[in-house]
Design a protein around this ligand. Sequence first.
Ligand code: DOR
Ligand code: ZN
Length: 343
Amino acid sequence: MTLSVTLRRPDDWHVHLRDGAMLAAVAPLTAARFARAIVMPNLVPPVTDTAAAKAYRARILAALPPGSSFTPLMTAYLTDTTDPVDLEAGWRAGVLTAAKLYPAHATTNSAHGVTDLALLAPVFATMARIGMPLLLHGEVTRQGVDIFDREAVFIDDVLDGLVAANPALKIVLEHITTRRAVEYVRSAPATVAATITPHHLVINRSDIFRGGVRPHLYCLPIAKREEDRLALRAAACSGDPKFFLGTDSAPHSVEAKECACGAAGVFNAETAIEVYAQVFDEEGALDHLEAFASLNGPRFYGLPPNEERITLVRAHRDPPAPLAAGTTRVVGFPDAPLAWRIA
Ligand code: DOR
Ligand code: ZN
């Protein structure tokens, strides 16, 4: 039985750090575990250009504990009117690392998202030329498409054409949830990769309704069937460089989650790396954890892997206690004890 595993310090290639009191509460948790993180731009109002990303980065750095070496990697939220000249300037200035595409109304704070991909052809051409990755929330928003089919329909109706039309564009299909997505990414060109969250490796859609509705397990894309969860575990644990760590840690106040119309998002910043270790252990794949957590992401983004190491040990870890954030609290994932913790 493996008792410990040491790996290069991981990065989180998809996280929501929010702003204000929530940022102050959650940023130190991510910064204590990850060397770098791709920070989502879906604030209110969204971070749509270089100037806003630079100002947001400064607020994140100000929220870190003294001496933290954490590097937030900033993203721009694409809209119908994104200026490719600004994106390129932000990239060249080292402010922007990637751009995020939310189909309009796909999820939390996506009302300003893109309504017609054709409008973004010049943006995609610029991104492909400079090597800036496009990060996709891969769900269609069309009325009438079942919530459990939105990712698969996105792949067929949107992604396939986008990949064909932009062969040089690096694309990350974020937080994949289906066997279909695993198969698509595996068979796609090397320019296409995917992130996988800890919670989608652990829960399926039945868990959201285990004994009653569990709002803290509701996120978008929503967890799918057991066969999908098993396909995600196989992909993450395979060592395939196309799959890497992205927690999608998405904190919401307890009031916003536990109400008549609860917000989407699972908050896992405090336990994500432990959950991944537990999953890889259960799959007999701890030797592939470093590739998934610390090597595949930097390689896809063209960044060096981290030199520092962390060690995870097999030891009981209590589930996270609710985190105080300003005048509210955030309930974390999971709601059960864990078998691994950071040494
Ligand atoms: O569940 C989600 N929560 N999915 C997203 O895409 C956005 C996120 C959030 O910002 O809360
Ligand atoms: Zn997200």
